[in-house]
Design a protein around this ligand. Structure first.
Ligand SMILES: NCc1[nH]cc(CCC(=O)O)c1CC(=O)O
Length: 312
């Protein structure tokens, strides 16, 4: 009998697409049969609440983890930026594949960029991090909330309801909708969420053989180092995925081997104050670099900025 690995997925187009891509990679690289199993999460069902009011980070993740722990599925695929920064008992983060372009993008009417949108234009986003950084640009935009899957979000622009929406480029890339992007926003203007553009492949820690196989076949060392720095920073700031915190690490070759370059921002949601800082060091110290940068940002008052956060 051939071995079958069951891969759990949420039922949105994005989730099914990214889980399907991981499932194909597992089938090909491990030479096994793979089955996709749809799991419904609270975040999928409850479209009327804001993400923050549903409890932020955990909503898209817990149903998949429960299915893993029950043994209903063997592998779960998440957007890494939706994963809480504290590890879950019994769950292993087996692989982090190479990351997509992590930038946020603008999808606006008439092909407009942020700089071209007239003052007073309405831009929709549900993320306090995006709200804060948009406001700090001082473009005179009116910012309104946004929820729902990618299609719903894009529909707000095509219907003329808003002038633009901000989304993660990676999500659009995965469902092959980069055609709608009118500007990829420079990280100097808007730092993405920690982990944005990366996937997390989880399985039961007790499946030691599978953990090792997935790591060997699918894990990307540099992506893992970059997102480790970003997520350790977020954890040390004691901020969740709905906090006005952005972080982006790149790996570049240094004099003594590969180095992590981490940039981060903590903002007041009203856009009046922004703390932008950076740190770098060897890839082997990725977690330490994140913690060190967080500590120095906390010394400069980051906690007060983050705690003053409002819901978008
Ligand atoms: N917040 C929900 C979410 N989680 C992951 C992505 C996009 C894909 C990714 O960043 O990996 C999105 C949508 C968005 O922010 O536009």
């Amino acid at each position: 009998m051939s071995r079958v690995i069951r891969v759990g997925t949420r039922r949105s187009l994005l989730a099914k697409t990214q889980s399907g891509q991981v499932a194909s990679a597992i089938a090909e690289r491990l030479g096994v049969e793979v089955e996709l199993v749809e799991i419904v999460t609270e975040g999928d069902v409850n479209q009327t609440s804001t993400l923050a009011s549903l409890g932020g980070t955990g909503v898209f993740v817990s149903a998949l983890r429960e299915a893993l722990l029950r043994g209903d599925v063997d592998v779960a695929v998440h957007s890494l930026k939706d994963l809480p920064t504290t590890p879950e008992d019994g769950i292993a983060l087996a692989a982090i594949p190479p990351r997509e372009d992590p930038r946020d993008v603008l999808v606006a009417r008439d092909g407009l960029t942020l700089g071209e949108l007239p003052s007073g234009s309405v831009v929709a986003t549900g993320s306090p991090r995006r709200v804060a950084q948009l406001r700090a640009l001082g473009l005179g935009l009116e910012i309104v909330g946004l929820r729902g899957n990618i299609d719903t979000r894009l529909g707000r622009v095509t219907s003329g309801d808003v002038d633009g929406v901000i989304l993660a480029r990676a999500g659009l890339a995965r469902i092959d909708r980069l055609d709608v992007v009118t500007e990829a926003i420079d990280p100097l203007q808007m730092l993405p969420a920690p982990g944005q553009g990366a996937l997390a492949i989880e399985c039961r820690s007790s499946d030691a053989g599978l953990v090792a196989e997935l790591a060997e076949a699918l894990d990307d060392e540099h992506t893992r180092a970059a997102v480790t720095a970003e997520r350790e920073l977020l954890r040390a700031l004691e901020a969740g995925c709905s906090a006005p915190v952005g972080a982006l690490a790149d790996v570049a070759e240094g004099d003594h081997g590969p180095e992590v370059w981490l940039r981060a921002v903590a903002s007041a949601v009203d856009g009046t104050v922004e703390l932008r800082r950076s740190a770098s060091g060897p890839v082997s110290e990725a977690a330490e670099i994140g913690r060190r940068l967080a500590a120095s940002m906390l010394d400069e008052g980051a906690a007060a900025l983050i705690e003053g956060k409002q819901q978008a």
